[in-house]
Design a protein around this ligand. Structure first.
Ligand code: IMP
Ligand code: MG
Length: 185
């Protein structure tokens, strides 16, 4: 695995900025749902770090569940809009306040398909909370209730986001210099 320092163009969001903003989001969610319970759904795998930090900042009775989807894209860094559930939830959504937690909304295809599927399960409410919003790239309108950071159209990694499955463990969000990154054979 290539050392990330050899292709890191810049650190876009530092560890401190992430933790500060996630604390604010947790407080906002706690205020908005006061007196209620929430179910946070994390789409594997990119949203895991965000979810686990976010729930520690939420002062409400809550449950978590996980799902995984695969999108048939034109390449590893594009998504097409066709999404298939590869791991389904264990929890019923009926009557629940559901918060869908995502690492990044890019074209919007993935989250839109997931929202359509979850709406059919009769939640009491259903909103999206994304750490990153690559707004310029949006092809499909997405109703996002909570956004951590709106970022430019650059390929990012770290804090849950991968490049070819690696680098998720880095505590910051970095920008890849695609000229310097060498995918393994
Ligand atoms: P969308 O369907 O185009 O909105 O794509 C969303 C998914 O693409 C995210 O959940 C990520 O897995 C992936 N993705 C999009 N942009 C990036 C990026 O800059 N770095 C890492 N993964 C990304
Ligand atoms: Mg993802």
């Amino acid at each position: 695995m290539q050392d990330y320092k050899t292709f890191l163009a810049e650190i876009l969001v530092t560890k401190e900025q992430l933790q500060k903003r996630i604390k604010e989001l947790g407080q906002e969610i706690s205020r908005d749902y006061r007196g209620e319970e929430v179910l946070l759904i994390c789409i594997l795998r990119g949203g895991v770090l965000f979810l686990t930090d976010l729930i520690r900042e939420i002062d409400l009775p809550l449950a978590v569940d996980f799902m995984a989807v695969s999108s048939y894209g034109s390449g590893a860094r594009e998504s097409s809009g066709y999404v298939r559930i590869t791991l389904d939830l264990n929890t019923s959504l009926a009557g629940k306040n559901v918060i869908l937690v995502e690492d990044i909304v890019d074209s919007g295809h993935t989250i839109n398909s997931v929202l359509e599927m979850l709406e059919t399960r009769d939640p009491k409410s259903l909103v999206v909370c994304t750490l990153l919003d690559k707004a310029e790239r949006r092809e499909k309108k997405v109703p996002i209730k909570y956004t951590g950071f709106t970022i430019p159209n650059k390929f990012v990694f770290g804090y849950g986001l991968d490049i070819d499955e690696y680098y998720r463990n880095l505590p910051f969000i970095g920008v890849v210099d695609l000229e310097k990154y060498r995918p393994e054979e």
